[in-house]
Design a protein around this ligand. Sequence first.
Ligand code: UD1
Ligand code: MG
Length: 481
Amino acid sequence: MSNLTVIVLAAGGGTRMKSKTMKVLHRVGGRSMVGHVLAAAQSVAPTSVVAVVGHQREQVGPHVLALVPEAVLAVQETQEGTGHAVRVAVEALGGEVSGTVVVVTADTPLLRGDSLAAFVAEHEAAERAVSILSGEVEDPFGYGRIVRDAEGDVLAIVEQKEADHDQREIREINSGILAFDGAFLTEALPRIGNDNVKGEYYLTDAVGLARDAGLTVGAHCLADVKQTEGANDRAQLAALGKEINRRILHHWMTEVGVTIMDPDSTWIEDDVVLSRDVTILPNTQLLGATVVGEDTVIGPDVTLEDCEVGAGARVVRTHGQLAVVGDGADVGPWAYLRPGTRLGAGGKIGTFVETKNSEIGAGAKVPHLSYVGDAEIGEGTNIGAGTIFANYDGTAKHRTVVGRHAKTGSNNTFVAPVTIGDGAGTGGGTVVREDVPPGALAVSAGPQRNLEGWAGRRRPGTAQADAAAAASPDGPAASDD
Ligand code: UD1
Ligand code: MG
């Protein structure tokens, strides 16, 4: 196997983000910017990954290690330019590198793994000393320009501040993503100086050094130039986020067959998995590791994070996190699925219902105005409107178990820990404090007392009393005494 090192440059300050959070840690499309780059880097199967960290390295270092535990962190104490950053990385590897070395910047979240792999394959096949991933942009201001000779061979990269009038007209730019022959890079780095306008060590000077030594240099111009775009401030971050989202939605619509009614108000993160004939209605966000099965309709107004929704389900105006919704199940409108909710196939969590850490069996229904916490509800059971599973006694949480095919009345309170048996029932307004045996009907409200003529006696002269009098079998006069 070939020996391949990826060096990720992530030491810069990123002051234009105006943030406590380091630039490359800002999230876009469901991952940090550096997370996207590290994911793309995996596509070239690197033998080692080195991240150069400097500014806020106490934030960046652990984040990189969480994503790529085997990564090497190279600390660049002072940011003296990209050439200096790569030198620090090579020093962290023992002072020399062999094989292929790929340098990427940490703020290009659209970079795709297959583009990087194609770039590296071309670099290795052409046996070049240096390859540049370039792109042709409308406005090249600020970038290093790719200078070619009459034959089209690359002569040099000239930075914005060093470029003469003609060079500034060049629209082919250095993306900042470069591939090197490791042996060449090892001997070239110490020869890069900082005698330039910015007083920095420019990695891009390696191109001129390779040419001077008669080695091959080439540029691979990426047609999809957006993949090389970076974000320096939050406006650019939002624009890149929109572009990432547009690409993700396009993939699901064209490659898999997902209907997205309003792409402008639909946000789907990178790790979400959808199936054929899923329909997504406006204002829907599918986040994290959410998975949705075939023929399911989601939306409008749904946010699901790390949720699993089965096939043929329906989820309307719902907020869900770490919840599982079974095949053909029905959720919402206005449901709140908190972590640990598991709704079985064909079940229902209806309107104004909040659920947490609860297993609701196949075909079981909690249709209206209820809180279900720390519960187990058996298959085919129906929970009456306005039921509270009182799971918290002020100190500890307790479980409620409701058996199979039970039918509980409206406005119940189940005071946990308590068990309601299979096929049992409860009357309206029951407060269940003790277990209900299978098949029993529990009622806790006392017998009803009617105080006849109460409205007329205690609320005389009101609309209530008048209505009561009018309805009296003895006529309006009956309640006048
Ligand atoms: C660099 C390139 C330029 C290219 C542009 C693409 C050089 C000299 N120039 O310019 O040709 O068109 O990127 O965006 O390489 N960094 C460090 N340590 C440092 C300096 C930089 O880690 O000491 C990191 C930064 O965090 C950033 C990347 O390297 O991720 C690029 O640095 P930056 O200063 O933005 O370089 P540019 O001037 O944009
Ligand atoms: Mg830059």
